[in-house]
Design a protein around this ligand. Structure first.
Ligand SMILES: Nc1ncnc2c1ncn2[C@@H]1O[C@H](COP(=O)(O)OP(=O)(O)OP(=O)(O)O)[C@@H](O)[C@H]1O
Ligand SMILES: [Mg+2]
Length: 504
């Protein structure tokens, strides 16, 4: 046991404990703080935290202080070097004459230009299993590391392991909550909506306002942009959300059947009407009806729909008894409805009634910030059914997705990821399995006629910074150095550009 209690070390330990109990938003920063404190208190010139990648059996540098940025490029196999020995034997070690130790990786230290003289290394354990190694390199003033210091380092290593374990459990819990929410939603027929771009977030905000009213909404936008999923959200965020949400595709049925589908019929109303039947409006009473492909609604039914909107009454097919309903109407189309009004194919009075609150969803190419988020979401969804362990997308694959024009919008992206997941090989989805023909696409940096230079520059900046952050294992100090900017400026950019450190 430790021979004496060093007050400074003890206080640092308490500080770290407080940190561990307070924040997991960036576990990398927490680990860096722990390693930095350990090195300071045990007077190591440099310090590292290596984590074991269970799949590859390799150790990679999660934190490396005082060794330069180059070091993060290297990985080590279990058994290789002193760190590898620690993992293999799950034991701590002090080596005060590294140069003459058979485990010394002379080549590695020569390449990084940092000759190692003394070293102390301890395993990081979760439930006795070694998940990584903490090393202190070169005791200051050419002194040797002591047994006391080794025991302190073991305590710090325990703290780091707890921090990492808690952060991982937290991440798993978050993921599980999201999956359960998804399942709950799917069971009721609802979908999870993903919104990241300012454009989409603005639409979600608008929905919150629209949802409170009872006015009709006409949702417009290209095919596959998410008109139905936004309609669901209007209902889910409205006071009617405990009541039914009834969907009708106006293009799916011929006129006669559609009328009975919408309004119901009475026995004998037509040859096959063997009994009374409730229509969709009746089913939606108290809730919301979503009339999809409203541009395909025949003129005769347009008149009947107008009456429901204006008078809240209708008659079943074959009946002259009026029924009252309290239904909110949402409608959607990808057709040029203005054009249909002009050619007389769509009643202008109905158009104005429906279009009380117009809601336009822009194509995906005009909101590229949604792409990485949607892609990750669809990938996770596929992984659940296909059971392949994908970690994410290669940089090239992500760049290809960002520069593609997505004429089929979110639906096309969803199909593309599903196909890539079936064909691709873990751990990452590569560009070739996406089958995106980028030659014919417009670039995200000027997508959809958007020529705003500042926006294009910001999109580029966010990508570039994310890429360098990834290369530096999300260490902001190292990334700032690589980018040749101040650490505080990088922090500000991360915030402003809405770069999520939890994405890695
Ligand atoms: N923001 C989003 N988050 C998650 N999934 C989305 C989002 N937008 C669209 N999707 C998914 O993309 C697919 C297409 O969306 P949706 O059916 O709502 O599009 P649409 O505009 O109604 O298309 P169409 O005009 O062809 O009917 C669906 O599987 C939907 O769940
Ligand atoms: Mg639709």
């Amino acid at each position: 046991m430790l021979s004496t209690i060093d007050v400074q070390k003890f206080n640092t330990l308490i500080e770290i404990n407080n940190l561990i109990n307070s924040d997991y938003s960036d576990v990398h920063i927490l680990l860096t703080q722990i390693i930095d404190s350990a090195a300071r208190l045990c007077e190591g010139e440099a310090s590292t935290l290596l984590l074991l990648n269970r799949e590859t059996g390799e150790l990679y540098f999660e934190v490396a202080l005082g060794l330069g940025t180059e070091v993060k490029k290297y990985t080590m196999k279990a058994g290789e070097g002193i760190a590898g020995w620690v993992v293999e034997h799950n034991k701590s070690v002090i080596v005060n004459d590294v140069q003459n130790d058979t485990r010394y990786l002379i080549e590695f230290f020569t390449q990084i230009g940092y000759p190692c003289k003394t070293m102390m290394a301890v395993p990081m354990r979760i439930k006795d299993e070694c998940i990584g190694v903490i090393e202190l390199i070169n005791k200051k003033n050419d002194k040797y590391f002591t047994q006391d210091e080794l025991e302190w380092l073991e305590i710090f290593s325990n703290q780091a392991a707890i921090a990492l374990q808690n952060a991982r459990s937290m991440e798993r819990a978050r993921e599980e909550i999201r999956l359960l929410q998804d399942e709950l939603y799917t069971e009721e027929g609802y979908h999870t909506i993903i919104a990241k771009s300012p454009v989409t977030l603005e639409k979600i905000e608008l929905i919150d306002r629209i949802a409170k009213t009872d006015s009709s909404v006409l949702i417009l936008g290209e095919s596959g942009v998410g008109k139905e999923i936004f309609a669901e959200q209007i209902h889910l965020r409205s006071p009617r959300n405990k009541e039914p949400f009834i969907r009708v595709n106006c293009a799916a049925l011929p006129e006669g059947l559609l009328e009975s589908e919408l309004f119901g019929h009475v026995k004998g109303a037509f040859t096959h009407a063997l009994g009374n039947r409730r229509g969709r409006f009746e089913m939606a009473d108290g809730g919301t009806i979503f009339l999809d492909e409203i541009g395909d609604l025949p003129l005769s039914l347009q008149a009947k729909l107008l009456r429901v909107i204006q008078e809240k009454t209708f008659e079943k097919v074959g009946s002259d008894i009026s029924q009252r309903v309290n239904v909110r109407i949402l409608a959607a189309t990808n057709k040029d409805i203005d054009g249909l009004v002009k050619t007389g194919e769509f009643r202008s009075d109905l158009y104005y009634r429906l279009n009380v609150l117009p809601f336009y969803i822009p194509p995906l190419r005009q909101r590229p910030e949604d792409i990485p988020e949607l892609a990750a979401f669809f990938l996770k969804k596929c992984i659940r059914t296909i059971k392949k362990q994908f970690e994410g997308f290669s940089d090239e694959a992500m760049e290809a997705m960002l520069s593609y024009s997505w004429p089929g919008n979110v639906r096309e992206l969803e199909n593309c990821i599903e196909r890539a997941c079936v064909i691709g090989k873990p751990p990452r989805i590569q560009r070739d399995v996406l089958f995106l023909n980028n030659e014919t696409s417009s670039s995200e940096y000027g997508a959809g006629g958007n020529r705003d230079l500042k926006r294009a520059i910001n999109i580029f900046k966010a990508h570039f910074i994310k890429k360098i952050l990834k290369e530096n294992h999300w260490n902001q100090t190292e990334t700032a150095k690589a980018l040749d900017i101040q650490r505080t400026y990088l922090s500000r950019l991360i915030k402003e550009l809405d770069i999520n450190p939890k994405e890695h």
